[in-house]
Design a binder for this molecule. Structure first.
Ligand SMILES: [Zn+2]
Length: 277
């Protein structure tokens, strides 16, 4: 591994260790986005609460250490975290599913994961610090990428978008906002960390994930998206937008191809990494 990559990885690990040892520094107030969708995550990882006719859905659970912040946020919005019926995981990394066990134990929710990330929990627990940062939980379902999950007022189409991990799943979410259908999209893992040749080889993952990443973004670019939901709160200025919103959700609507621009930006970063292989 190159010195530069080593340093970058060490810095990221240091940052994550700092977060889990001092979880309160990630405290972030929850906010309404559009329709029946709310932000309940922290200042590093996004979690979304969806109030559907078929029960509460949580998308991603963040770190196990920040679970109390997640529950506080859900309660602050007037919901009961015991009532979470489904937890949809974007991918198997510990910053997104570390709290899955706690959420499941507390609510009895069913958990969904992308099938191609299941190997983290069986063959490669070392890659997600399984049992340490990710207490064991029951995976009840794998996503059916040919179908739409119908929750009445909310419909979710899971899309397999490998790259960041082999089973990263992107969600296309339809909700009703002011009487009109609105399409929101959350890329399940747009970060290119872990995708250099160095990192893939040292983790024993296929180099083809680089091209998979580009292909999946190329496809996502063809989708019409009204509201971008970022899987990390700092991406797409989610938090900043919330401070500018006047309660109508206006600040979250994208009128300038923001989805496409965001995908383009990460495609460029990926192409740069490939050229340096
Ligand atoms: Zn990740």
């Amino acid at each position: 591994m190159t010195e530069e990559n080593k340093k970058r990885l060490e810095a990221l690990n240091q940052k994550l260790i700092n977060f889990v040892e001092h979880p309160w520094i990630l405290k972030q107030s929850p906010f309404h986005i559009v329709g029946d969708i709310y932000f309940v995550g922290n200042s590093y990882v996004s979690c979304f609460l969806l109030d559907t006719e078929k029960g509460l859905i949580l998308i991603d659970a963040a770190f196990k250490e920040t679970c109390y912040l997640l529950f506080d946020n859900i309660r602050a919005l007037g919901y009961n975290p015991e009532k979470i019926k489904y937890l949809l995981l974007s991918h198997g990394h510990f910053d997104h599913c570390g709290a899955a066990k706690l959420v499941q134990e507390y609510s009895g929710c069913e958990i969904y994961l992308g099938k191609r990330d299941h190997f983290f929990f069986t063959e490669r627990p070392d890659l997600i610090l399984f049992e340490d940062r990710v207490p064991r939980f029951e995976i009840n379902n794998f996503y059916d990428y040919d179908g739409v999950m119908d929750f009445g007022n909310i419909k979710i189409r899971p899309i397999l978008t490998p790259g960041h991990t082999p089973g990263t799943t992107t969600f296309l979410i339809e909700t009703i906002h002011n009487g009109e259908k609105v399409t929101c999209a959350m890329h399940g893992g747009i970060g290119i960390n872990g995708l250099t040749r160095d990192e893939l080889e040292s983790n024993g993952l296929p180099l083809s994930l680089q091209q998979d990443f580009l292909n999946s973004l190329e496809y996502l670019k063809t989708l019409k998206v009204d509201v971008v939901l970022a899987s990390h709160s700092h991406q797409y200025n989610m938090i900043e937008r919330s401070t500018k919103d006047d309660g109508t959700g206006k600040a979250f609507f994208d009128n300038e191809n923001g989805w496409q621009k965001m995908l383009d930006q990460f495609m460029e970063l990926m192409k740069k990494i490939i050229s340096e292989n």
